[in-house]
Design a protein around this ligand. Sequence first.
Ligand code: FAD
Length: 553
Amino acid sequence: MMFSGDGRRNILKRMQEKEHDLLIIGGGITGAGIALDAVARGMDTALVEMQDFAAGTSSRSTKLVHGGLRYLKNFEFKMVAEVGRERAVVYENAPHVTTPEWMLLPIYEGGSLGKLTTSIGLYIYDKLAGVKRSERRVILSAEETLRREPLLKREGLIGGGYYVEYRTDDARLTVEVLKRAAAEGALAVNYAKAEHLIYEDGKVAGAEVFDRLTGGRYQIRARRIVNAAGPWADTVREMDRSKNGKTLHLTKGVHLVFDQSRFPLRQAVYFDTPDGRMVFAIPRDGKTYIGTTDTDYDGDLENPACTDEDRDYLLNAANSVFPDLKLTAADVESTWAGLRPLIHEEGKSPSEISRKDEIFVSPTGLISIAGGKLTGYRKMAEQVVDLVARSLQEDSLAGKPFGPCRTKTMKLSGGDVGGSANFSQFVREKTEQGAALGLSPDAAERLARRYGSNVDQVYRIAAERGEEAERYGLAPEELAALEYAVSFEMAVKPDDFLIRRSGALLFDIGWACRRKDAVTRYMAERLGWTESQTAAFAAEMERHFERATLRHA
Ligand code: FAD
């Protein structure tokens, strides 16, 4: 049980027992990817995350594993090629958290892209991103465009580009990477903050880590330290007194969620905003979400929130392209906001700053990685771990050389489904098995889609403990998902489950509201919380609801 909610303290103790090859600060997608790559090459690897895994930017993105079509506008060809190829790798290794989604790019008279430029742009995109034949772009007439999405404004519509993006669940992707890393032997723990760095002979040699749940302190030592702290990367560089030269430029991006009854979008759409940016509208699980904004940010890093201004900007953008809907603030069910940890470029506006990643090595040896995209996490990890392996070798600190990167063909946890092409068949078979255990076919299918090849464990919990579920006011599949999150995904607070393991606060806020007390009660009993802990975690969850529904001050 090396990745469970009740195993945290043991993990921290074990982390302290010896010097590791690598300590990673930050458990977003970047840190998770580095942990998996490093452990797969045979490095003794530890990772500390000060909040929940993915609670930073990696649960707050647009949730696309994408080829970065937008970057063609800025002529970032290398980036389009790299992230485009990477998405195919992510899909193959984790089809349970990655779904192809045809995207419609409506073309309007006087819009930022004409029919010819869209066609050429998408052609270049297909080539650069190595798009497979069945997913190459199609150019549609105005009638065909409207047939695919009747909500679109008709006036001035001259056609549409049709191409494929991949939808993901960013937080689950991060957790599946970490679960695989833990299965390979990495030690990873959440709510553990690196508060100070430890030095030996002027070189960074570890971190003093504070357990935010228990108040414990741990000295964790490693031969190399990687700072993968996303928006906090400069804070960690400040600890190291090496924040000079290039620095971060944080920009905020907001998303709004609507019920499909109010925003019945059939088809994902990527459209121009009145101020010349581009925004996604994506149908998902009975909801439609739109985003994102891109504005400079210097507020609270742990709790960025949507403001009335952000909301109105997106409502205005949506109403300009879907005018019959007449969306208002009252239609917004839920929201989320995330911070892009970009690398500052003098004189550029938020949308113009490149999303490319960079690695900085400080005089003390602290390796910091910043920038980048969720989609490119595996390649970013490869670069960092290549660097770590080389530098350990140069210092003759490692015995035999570490091997090459192995993650290109490594399935993520839950990804052993017989290949992406077999995923539908896999889901059908598992749904039948789940139904045979007494689950409704719908519930069995939802679980199979979410957990992939780990679904057998979830079904087993549902079958063994279904009766107990009633005591908490939960359905058997709900209790099973919750118990699995605690036992196998290190969920230790209600929001870990309701936001990042299930996505419910974002995409099913009604359900999350109805079940939040039951979830808290179950976790309190399961994890042995005191009354004051229970009240504190419940209050924290309440604040997340307030932020999501714009009831915060
Ligand atoms: P984070 O996820 O923020 O992880 C860093 C972690 O470090 C945090 O969890 C933090 O708690 C932890 N940490 C910080 N300090 C410490 C410390 N002292 N001790 C321990 N832990 C610490 N990319 C895509 O590919 N597709 C998209 O659709 C997409 N959409 C986006 C939309 C928005 C609005 C935004 C903001 C970004 C989007 N991105 C997208 C980019 C992508 O989300 C980010 O590049 C990625 O999530 C960054 O991951 P990270 O691990 O570097 O940072």
